[in-house]
Design a protein around this ligand. Structure first.
Ligand SMILES: CC1=C(CCC(=O)O)c2cc3nc(cc4[nH]c(cc5[nH]c(cc1n2)c(C)c5CCC(=O)O)c(CCC(=O)O)c4C)C(CCC(=O)O)=C3C
Ligand SMILES: [Fe+2]
Length: 348
């Protein structure tokens, strides 16, 4: 199949103090996130001058992918569009159409399945194509890659670096990913597979990385919980987990945010501030492993996923779990796959 562009599709983040509230309102509209939580998260952004690093990090990762495409003699222009902040994917798709793009591949910046990590990017594709209307480019999403050898190798190397930094070979290895409502996790994946696609894939990626670095003991925990307190989300939270490890007598922690592909705000606030501060209070050593971002292996991984589509390169994966997500024009991976969990009304 011939493709004439690659669309890099991400979450987006504010680029200045005045962007923060409009951005947060866009992220949470209709999602039942309490106003107190919104105000608290706004403070996290304001702590960094209202600027999330995510757009800059995406531009760096794109530059790495452009370099890798050039090295492999592939000519494929890369476009950048976001769900929640400028450049918005609707505007990017309109620009692609104006440039004559007919058939594009889409790389969504998440390794996993599930509603928030996969299906919501399909919804972005649907929305952007609908906004353009007739003649919108075809948009074919690349697959999930949580168990791709290049992803595992990149994360494992970052974990090794963090062990060097923490200076304690006995440090406990703790993986984190963004928490989601337990109902959303249960509904993720085709019904015949019984759901839990997101949490199972996160657990599998963690297992592969732990095996690669030779860690016998490790934990998978969650971070950045939002939503009203009465709604159950995946637990335990990383900060509570640090308390629990302290009670167990653990003296040092290496934390790998395996649920993310860049060191964006949820990583630098929730881990480098909140989790690291708790560890310091408890006199535990703490080091956070980097995410892939502009690691050359990550760029190679993206180009390999492209070549799976353009040249039939055979997909590499280290586990037997399903790798979904590769669908056209925002279709779900399977019937009733990764439907949003029904959310309680924010206020009645
Ligand atoms: C699974 C998952 C990923 C990983 C997959 C992927 O990477 O796509 C992810 C990534 C991210 N989440 C991010 C930021 C936010 N997420 C929020 C809220 C939520 N996230 C959720 C899930 C996820 N989120 C959910 C279920 C909610 C509740 C509202 C809803 O049901 O939709 C809120 C609202 C405020 C709050 O935290 O309450 C913010 C600000 C940023 C950008 C950081 C930056 O600016 O640098 C990134 C990359
Ligand atoms: Fe899915």
């Amino acid at each position: 199949m011939d493709y004439d562009a690659l669309l890099w599709l991400s979450f987006g983040g504010p680029e200045g103090p005045d962007d923060v509230m409009p951005f947060l309102e866009r992220v949470t509209s209709g999602r039942g996130v309490p106003p107190e939580r919104l105000a608290e998260v706004a403070e996290h952004y304001h702590h960094f001058g209202g600027v999330s690093p995510i757009n800059r990090l995406n531009r760096e990762a794109i530059a790495a992918v452009e370099g890798e495409l050039a090295r492999q003699n592939l000519s494929l222009p890369v476009y950048f569009g976001n769900r929640n902040w400028h450049p918005l994917v609707e505007d990017t798709v309109a620009r692609m159409a104006a440039d004559g793009v007919r058939n594009a591949l889409v790389f969504a910046t998440s390794a996993y399945g599930g509603y928030s990590a996969c299906r919501q990017y399909d919804e972005d594709i649907l929305r952007a194509r609908a906004a353009f209307g007739e003649g919108a480019p075809q948009l074919v999403k690349l697959r999930q890659f949580f168990d791709h050898p290049l992803f595992v190798e990149s994360v494992a190397d970052a974990v090794r670096d963090a062990y060097t930094q923490v200076g304690d070979p006995g440090a406990r290895l703790v993986f984190t990913a963004h928490s989601v409502p337990t109902a959303a996790d249960a509904a993720a994946g085709p019904p015949e597979e019984g759901g839990y696609r997101y949490s199972r894939q996160v657990a599998e990626a963690a297992r592969l990385v732990a095996a690669e670095v030779g860690a016998e003991t490790y934990d998978v925990v969650w971070q950045s919980r939002s939503g009203p307190p009465q709604v159950p989300w995946l637990e335990p939270d990383v900060v509570d987990h640090i308390d629990a490890l302290h009670d167990e007598g653990v003296r040092a922690v290496v934390c790998s945010p395996i649920g993310f592909v860049s060191d964006h705000l949820e990583v630098i606030w929730d881990l480098d501030n909140e989790a690291a501060d708790r560890a310091t209070e408890l006199e535990m050593r703490f080091a956070r492993a980097a995410t892939p971002n502009d690691d050359p292996r990550f760029a190679r991984l993206v180009v390999e996923l492209v070549r799976e589509q353009t040249e039939g390169v055979s997909p590499r994966s280290l586990s037997d779990l399903v790798n979904g997500g590769d669908t056209a024009n925002g279709a779900p991976c399977a019937t009733r796959c990764c439907e949003p969990a029904r959310r309680p009304a924010a206020h009645t």
